[in-house]
Design a protein around this ligand. Structure first.
Ligand code: AHM
Ligand code: MG
Length: 331
């Protein structure tokens, strides 16, 4: 059995000039994931469900679990000193860490601390997504927004934690995708899937079909294509949609499939955030032999202009994403 800690240290030895800072940063994320895992598992018991800003009967302020996860992850990253600042789906602005260590740190982290949090109240899987870049401003100064507005192809590492029937941490540093399953009795993530690759063909499509009427014509046509009978391609395909990006992506990664959150009439740029959701998942997808686009262009090549920018998202098995793109081009 190999733990995540051992695996990361082993990988670091492949890079003779590595300083260990990324290793320490990933350890901070690992710690944050364990804390979030612990609290999600007893969420129904400890009075942290509910709406932010509402006091419970003891007069204590209840904190929504996504805000709670944000605070825990932020604290774990700040404590290590390898991170100069963070951007989070839960924060309006970037958070610049203060102090000499932070100013000399070379990494910034972007995160969605608890994605799909509307699923928590009904005990359905949620996830944490993270994305790591080298800062581009000079070391020794506070970071600026420019450090966070980098295209996804510059990511140094990215990953997610899925809190499902078991908790798993899946990450890439650009040398394949590796997955670790959490053993709560030992408190360690154990290597369970090394070099994960999408199966060559997939049979699942994941999309909120309730929005069908608002979808672009190309997406409507692709959905109909998925539903048609065709023995050669194994259609009709199966629909699977949890409404939790991390869990939907994770299933499609292991089984083969496509996840789509397209533009809709009410969300012209889709719903998902480029920096916190699309870029890290796209990096993982490409590293696992899959593909990610906005229906036309590669996600990782989009130059971001705003922290909370959204993008239509097509991700999964390469052949399926290419098929969906061909419908987007045609219609
Ligand atoms: P969130 O970041 O507010 O949790 O929203 C992102 C989530 C994704 O996990 C999920 O795939 C999508 O929103 C579901 O949206 P919808 O309910 O519109 O299908
Ligand atoms: Mg989210």
């Amino acid at each position: 059995m190999k733990t995540l800690g051992e695996f990361i240290v082993d990988k670091q030895q492949d890079f003779p000039h590595a300083t260990g800072e990324l290793t320490a940063l990933l350890s901070a994320i690992k710690l944050g994931a364990k804390i979030i895992h612990r609290d999600i598992n007893k969420a129904g018991l400890v009075d942290i469900l509910g709406t932010s800003g509402v006091s419970n009967v003891q007069g204590e302020v209840q904190m929504k679990l996504d805000l709670y996860a944000n605070e825990k992850l932020k604290a774990a990253l700040k404590a290590r000193g390898e991170v100069a600042g963070i951007a989070s789906e839960e924060e309006d602005e970037i958070v610049i860490f203060e102090g000499d260590r932070a100013e000399n740190a070379k990494y910034v982290v972007l995160m969605d601390p608890l994605d799909g949090s509307s699923n928590i109240d009904v005990n359905v899987s949620v996830g944490t997504i993270f994305s790591i870049y080298h800062r581009i401003t000079p070391i020794g100064q506070p970071v600026t927004e420019a450090d966070f507005l980098q295209p996804g192809h510059r990511q140094v590492a990215a990953g997610y934690v899925v809190y499902g029937s078991s908790t798993m941490l899946v990450y890439t540093t650009g040398c394949g995708v590796h997955a670790f399953t959490y053993d709560p009795s030992l408190g360690v993530f154990c290597l369970s899937h090394e070099k994960v690759m999408f199966p060559a063909e997939g049979k699942m499509y994941s999309i909120n079909e309730g929005n069908y009427i608002k979808f672009p014509m190309g997406v409507k046509k692709y959905i109909k294509y998925c539903q048609e009978q065709d023995e050669a391609t194994g259609r009709p395909y199966t629909t699977r949609y949890i409404g939790s990006l991390v869990a939907d992506f994770h299933r499609n990664l292991l089984k083969g499939g496509i996840y789509i959150y397209p533009s809709t009439a009410s969300h012209p740029n889709g719903k998902l955030r480029l920096l916190y959701e699309c870029n890290p998942i796209a990096f993982l997808a490409e590293q696992a032999g899959g593909k990610a686009s906005n229906g036309r262009d590669r996600i990782l090549d989009i130059i971001p202009s705003e922290l909370h920018q959204r993008a239509p998202f097509f991700v999964g098995t390469e052949s399926m994403v290419e098929k969906a793109e061909s419908f987007m081009r045609e219609f």
